[in-house]
Design a protein around this ligand. Structure first.
Ligand SMILES: Cc1cc2nc3c(=O)[nH]c(=O)nc-3n(C[C@H](O)[C@H](O)[C@H](O)COP(=O)(O)OP(=O)(O)OC[C@H]3O[C@@H](n4cnc5c(N)ncnc54)[C@H](O)[C@@H]3O)c2cc1C
Length: 382
């Protein structure tokens, strides 16, 4: 019997488990392949400004809150484990490929300006000064100086090491169902694929897009897989290739990004497909990502292609995550982080810890209240 069982040990489950263990609670994580979900694919952009889209104001506010938490979170985790998390303030350069893309970029800049976000249009010449490897056909550019990036795989490895230090068990088993005291009653544990029931006072469901499959009856967890294909190039042996900033772009209305890390890894992504998590990289997916990336930075042609990855983001109907209680005693949700789960990790972990300790999430996480999807609540929000 543990105080808490965390189902799913991607970056969200691992960070939640870390924070809960810091409260002095006994915690076990269950996951057949920790860190091998969306966390494995993620580029690691911490991008509350350049992710701000029309209709997503509550998500933007949440993203900004978590971006503020990242420096202290990264320092604490790096200190606790001696791991380099690849956390750095690289800023984001967004470029538009043609006149239509420039129009789209300006519409977004207008929105972001109205929200008071730190970003501005710059000339193509100024963009080239920032990143000389930009290609010849660029029609417009914008600069967001405050955005950070991190290496999600390194963060996850650091979290596993921090969990081991704190005596948290990470059990490599798949959960097949949550255990209820009686049908529709309090959740009292999780049943794994060996038939073992792991009992706990609190179960945190953090299984990414698969959380939906584990939700007990009458609890709505509307997560869905949104497949993303992403490529990794290796610029280590190519000193002539260097990008100091995250480069994002619109290429004939399609979005693409290049995230360059200190060790020479260049992450290029990503497709966004309403498809199951089949983990298959397709010729069309890889081609589309490379075609658009090389339109912005032609120098990637020379780099070895070292990895092709496909994983599914945990999408939610309103793009906001589900964090906190769901109306069923014993069950807490930490899922549905869609495109921004790496960014939202510190806020989610802190909010779940507060919920387990005090029975309520902090106000700043209120927009992620899972009960907004509860069928019995009229008007949606509790
Ligand atoms: C291509 C791509 C690029 C991305 N880039 C960024 C980015 O730049 N910045 C950003 O902020 N976000 C990004 N994201 C989104 C981010 O990766 C996710 O939001 C985040 O990883 C979600 O974390 P998670 O722990 O909830 O889910 P996951 O990492 O998917 O982890 C879920 C875990 O649950 C486990 N699990 C599943 N079913 C069960 C079960 N039955 N029993 C036990 N365990 C189970 C899985 O094995 C897995 O380890 C990107 C995602 C993709 C796909």
């Amino acid at each position: 019997m543990n105080d808490v069982v965390v189902v799913g040990c991607g970056i969200i489950g691992a960070a939640v488990a870390w924070r809960l263990s810091q409260l002095g609670l006994s915690v076990t994580c269950l996951d057949p392949a920790p860190g091998d979900g969306a966390t494995f694919a993620a580029a690691g952009m911490l991008a509350p400004v350049t992710e701000a889209e029309f209709g997503d104001d509550e998500l933007t506010a949440l993203n900004l809150e978590s971006a503020r938490d990242w420096p202290a979170f990264a320092a604490e985790l790096a200190d606790a484990t001696g791991t380099d998390l690849g956390f750095r303030r690289s800023g984001t350069l967004t470029v538009a490929f043609d006149a239509g893309d420039r129009q789209q970029l300006r519409r977004l800049l207008d929105l972001r300006g109205r929200l008071g976000l730190p970003t501005e249009e710059i000339t193509v010449e100024a963009a080239r000064e920032l990143e000389p490897l930009l290609g010849p056909r660029i029609a417009g550019a914008a600069w967001a100086p405050d955005e950070h990036q991190v290496d999600p795989r390194q963060v996850h490895a650091a979290l596993l090491s921090a969990l081991a230090d704190r005596g948290v068990d990470v059990v490599r088993r798949r959960v097949v169902a949550l255990a209820e005291e009686s049908s529709g009653g309090p959740v009292i544990g999780a049943v794994d694929d060996h038939g073992t029931t792991h009992r706990a006072g609190v179960v945190v469901l953090a299984a990414g897009w698969a959380s939906r499959q584990l939700a007990p009856s009458a609890v709505t967890v509307p997560t869905r897989p949104v497949k993303g294909q992403v490529l990794r190039l290796d610029a280590q042996a190519q000193p002539a290739f260097s990008l100091d900033r995250v480069v994002r772009g619109f290429v004939q209305a399609r979005q693409v990004y290049l995230v360059s890390r200190a060790g020479g890894e260049v992450v290029v992504g990503a497709t966004s497909e309403e498809q199951p998590d089949d983990r298959r990289v397709t010729a069309g997916g890889a081609f589309a990502v490379l075609r658009d990336a090389r339109a912005l930075v032609p120098g990637i042609d020379e780099l070895p292609l070292v990895e092709l990855t496909a994983r599914a983001r945990p999408g939610s109907p309103d793009n906001l995550p589900l964090i906190g209680g769901c109306g069923r005693p014993g069950l807490v949700l930490a899922t549905g982080h869609y495109r921004n789960g790496i960014l939202l990790t510190p806020l989610t972990a802190a909010a779940v810890a507060t919920y387990v300790r005090d029975g309520a999430v902090p106000d700043r996480a209120a927009a992620a209240d899972p009960r907004r999807f509860a069928p019995t609540v009229s008007g949606g929000r509790p």
